[in-house]
Design a binder for this molecule. Structure first.
Ligand code: ATP
Ligand code: MG
Length: 240
């Protein structure tokens, strides 16, 4: 990797605005967000309910479009690309983890993790072998044959993390990944994220309401009424 590409922000947002329209009602949510996320960052996104965290994550993940502004992914302006181009980029460049795990109920744990690889064109046997390796990495190698409902919440979230790593995307977006987990399980899931950030240089953006979760991150961004109200060390702000 060249020095230049190492210096390029994984994500850069410039003057991003977003409103939702429902019939005649317009709800402005984001009012000009400037934010850049560097390779190897581990950023916690906080803010009260309705402040626009998920809206911002959906834009970062190319799941939705902004009204104004520019979004650069690995230095490339992706704001104007087609929906199909966004989907292709998403598959390659971005892993997602959600509060509700979003595993497919009728598929084994192994096949859930293998699915993004099948979508990316890998054969079933190659996909399954890699899925087994990923499950081992998150400490679930032994449970690969189970169905998702035969796992605890924390184990299901670890499967979702393994799935998000399948295509070796450099960026992980996690929207309240510990929101449904108890304290002990939260600690386990955070330990995995911390290790992926430290050992593999995975760039992580994580939404949370929990100060203890934000304190694990390297950087805290707080949204207030659709604007960045704080950007700095978690220890300065996580408990406010
Ligand atoms: N699809 C939608 N259509 C209309 N309004 C929406 C839509 N999604 C979100 N909103 C509104 O946009 C605002 C921001 O929502 P968002 O989901 O980004 O908040 P959040 O910070 O993630 O909140 P929470 O902490 O509760 O998850 C809220 O006022 C919400 O009602
Ligand atoms: Mg949200």
């Amino acid at each position: 990797m060249s020095a230049a590409s190492q210096n390029t922000a994984v994500l850069a947002l410039h003057g991003i605005t977003k409103s939702y329209r429902t019939g005649d009602v317009v709800t402005p949510v984001l009012h000009g967000i400037d934010l850049s996320v560097q390779r190897g960052d581990y950023l916690a996104l906080m803010g009260s309910s309705g402040s626009g965290k998920s809206t911002l994550m959906n834009l970062m993940g190319l799941l939705d479009r902004c009204d104004e502004g520019r979004l650069l992914l690995q230095g490339r302006d992706v704001s104007q690309l087609s929906t199909a181009e966004h989907a292709a980029l998403r598959n390659r460049e971005i892993g997602f983890v959600f509060q509700s795990f979003n595993l497919l109920k009728r598929m084994s744990v192994l096949d859930n993790v293998a699915l993004p690889l099948i979508y990316a064109g890998k054969s079933r046997s190659v996909a399954r072998a890699r899925a087994q390796t990923l499950l081992t990495q998150v400490g679930l190698g032994e449970l690969a044959k189970r169905m998702p409902n035969q796992l605890s919440g924390g184990q299901q979230q670890r499967v979702a993390i393994a799935r998000s790593l399948a295509n070796e995307a450099p960026l992980l977006l996690a929207d309240e990944p510990t929101g449904n987990l108890d304290t002990q399980t939260t600690v386990e899931v955070l330990a995995i994220l911390e290790r992926l950030n430290r050992e593999m240089g995975l760039t992580i953006v994580l939404v949370t309401h929990e100060p203890d979760v934000a304190l694990q991150a390297k950087r805290l961004v707080r949204l207030k009424d659709g604007r960045v109200a704080f950007d700095g060390a978690p220890s300065e702000q996580a408990h406010l």
